[in-house]
Write a protein that binds this ligand. Structure first.
Ligand code: 13P
Length: 263
């Protein structure tokens, strides 16, 4: 059975002075059997969050929000995958805000994915369509293209061994308060696994956790987690609120228990 995962993407929020305390508060409110928890703070807060969680709750994993596609070199201000080792165990790649703000292409995202895996870290690959693309009936085609572009040069076995997770985050649902329906997210999760099968994944992508992201809250999380093809959430705004995280992870615990993961 696939893991049930709740990952917090703090985006450009928190400081080294307060991130550790927030992580500890969230950890204490989300101790639920069977749910894999990940907190992804800004780079400068990774060490503080890691240290705070090491004593408070080592079961909460720490993730980075991005990584550079080169291994080292003259790239002022950038962070390479080997630099994250010891600070984080997960890395988000291809978030739509980076596709938008930093012009990241599927090819670049594919290279980042390779760096993450080479460094022994666990990638969360983000995909998702724009509103106009959904309205044109092209949502699945767009996500398939993103997957093909990022995954084409990678051996499925290697990505599977690294525990790659895919987050389906429709761009129009991010930070808008307008979430996808559970049924639409589930249909996309199935399309994602079909695309993996087409890319040569021998298990048809069956072992790859697919998360939903986009205006997830404690109120709507149940709509997603009642879908068998969805394995958790990548949470933005609500992940900075301990009450919200408590509700989201509590609901994820029900799914974990139903899947026999909570023993
Ligand atoms: P929101 O939950 O704020 O919509 O953000 C979702 C997201 O982008 C997580 O990566």
């Amino acid at each position: 059975m696939r893991d049930v995962i709740v990952a917090a993407n703090w985006k450009m929020h928190t400081t080294p002075a307060d991130a550790g305390d927030l992580a500890v508060t969230i950890a204490a409110r989300t101790r639920v059997a069977g749910v894999t928890r990940v907190i992804c703070p800004p780079f400068v807060c990774l060490a503080g969050v890691r240290d705070a969680l090491a004593t408070a709750d080592p079961e909460v994993a720490v993730g980075a929000q991005n990584v550079h596609h080169e291994l080292a070199g003259a790239h002022t201000g950038e962070i390479a995958a080997p630099m994250l080792v010891g600070l984080a165990t997960w890395v988000i790649v291809g978030h739509s805000e980076r596709r938008r703000d930093a012009g990241e292409t599927d090819a670049i995202i594919g290279r980042k994915l390779g760096r993450v895996v080479d460094a022994g870290l666990r990638p969360i690959l983000c995909v998702g369509e724009q509103l106009a693309e959904r309205e044109d009936g092209r949502a699945v085609a767009v996500v398939e293209d993103q997957l093909r572009g990022a995954l084409a040069d990678h051996e499925p076995e290697r990505l599977a061994a690294a525990g790659m997770v895919i987050a389906y985050e429709p761009v129009w649902a991010i930070g808008t308060g307008r979430n996808a329906t559970g049924a639409d997210a589930a249909a996309m999760a199935e399309a994602i696994r079909a695309a993996l099968a087409g890319l040569g994944w021998s298990d048809g992508g069956d072992g790859v956790p697919v998360l939903y992201g986009g205006s997830v809250t404690s109120v709507n999380i149940g709509e997603f987690l009642s879908e068998a093809s969805i394995d958790g959430a990548l949470v933005g705004g609500a992940s900075l609120k301990p009450d919200e995280m408590a509700g989201i992870v509590a609901r994820a615990g029900l799914t974990a228990a139903a899947r026999g993961l909570a023993a």
